[in-house]
Design a binder for this molecule. Sequence first.
Ligand code: PEP
Ligand code: MN
Length: 370
Amino acid sequence: MVQGDPSARFSINHPLGQEKRPVVVAGPCSAESREQVLHTAKSLAEGGRVQFFRAGLWKPRTRPNSFEGLGEQALPWLMEAEATTGLRAITEVATPEHVEKVLNAGMSAVWIGARTTVSPFAVQAIAEALEGTDLLVMVKNPMHADLKLWIGALERVASCTRGQVCGLHRGFSSYGSSEFRNAPMWEIPIALRSEMPEVPLFCDPSHISGKAEHLQDVAQRAMNLGMEGLMIESHPSPAQALSDAEQQITPDALDRLLAQLDVPVQHVVNDDAQESLDALRLQIDSVDEQLLHMLDKRMTLAREIGALKHRNKWSLLSVARWRDIVKSRLDWASQMGLNHDFLSKILASVHEESIRVQGDEADKERSKQA
Ligand code: PEP
Ligand code: MN
C-alpha cells in the first residue's frame, strides 16, 4: 500500500542529518547472552564514539544448522542495554512477526537485511507492519548489484513509516574469489546518492570486508564519499563469536579505528552540474578499479593455462581457439552496442599479454625442472 509522498519521509532536516559524521552503529553480529550484550554495549558507550547499539536476533544463515540467533528471548537484553547505556538499540527484522515483537518491546530502530531487500514481497510485508510507526529504518542494499531494487525497497518503507529511512551499503555478492566478502561496487551507493540525495547513507564495512584487516580502509572510503554513518560489528572476544567471527573487532579496536578516521568536511555543492560530474567521475573510478581486478583475474588464469600447456607439451598459441574468442567477444560487443574497432584493439592487446604471461609461466616451469 503506497500512500502519500514518499520523498517527504526522507527529510534531510531530521536530527540524524545534523549530527557529526559519522553516526556510528556498533555491536555484535549476534546477541549471544545477556552478559555479552550488556558488556559490549557498556564498552562501546564508554568509548563515546558510538550512537546505536546493534545485535542480530534472527540471523539469516546461508546453511541450516548454523547458529540462527537467540530470537525473541534476547530482545529484553537489547532494551536493557539501551536503558543502561543510552545507545539506541537496533536489530534486523525479516518478517512482520519480527516487527511486531520489536514494536512490543519498544525498540525504535530496525534494519532490513540484504537477503530481505531482494524480495519486494518481503519488503512490502515489513513496510506494512511498520505502517504509521515512527521507527528509524535502515535498508541494506540487496545481495546483488540492483540499484532499482534498493530504491524500490527504500520507497516501500518510506511510504509506510513516519520515521527516518536510511540506506545501508554492505556490498554485493560477487562470483569468484575477491579480496572482499562482498564487493563494494562504490558506484552503486554513489548512484543512489545522486538519485535520492535526501536519504542518509550508512556503510557497513564489516560485511563488505569479511575480515577485520580491511575495515579501516573501507570505513575511510565511505567517509571520503560523504556517507553519513557506519555500521561496524564489534564483539568482546571476536574469535569466540558464534557468527561472523573473522570480521568482528573488540570495542577498543573499534574506538581506535574511529579515532584514526580522517573525516573530510562535507562540501556543500550548489551547482547541480558540478555535483553530477563529481558523481559520474566517482562511478568511473569504481568501474575502472573493477576492470583492473577482472584483468588481473584473467592473467592469473592465463598463467595457470601456461603451466598446464608446458606440462603437457602443448604449444602456447592455438589459432583456432583465438579465432573463436574474437568472434564470440565481437558478437557480445555488438549486442551491447560497443564499437567493433575499439573492441578489436582491446582484444588484440589482451591476447598479446596473455600469451606473454603464459610464456613466462612456461619458462618458470622449465627452470624448476632444470
Ligand atoms: C548482519 O548485519 O549481521 C547481516 C546479516 O547482514 P547482511 O544482511 O548485510 O548480510
Ligand atoms: Mn554479521
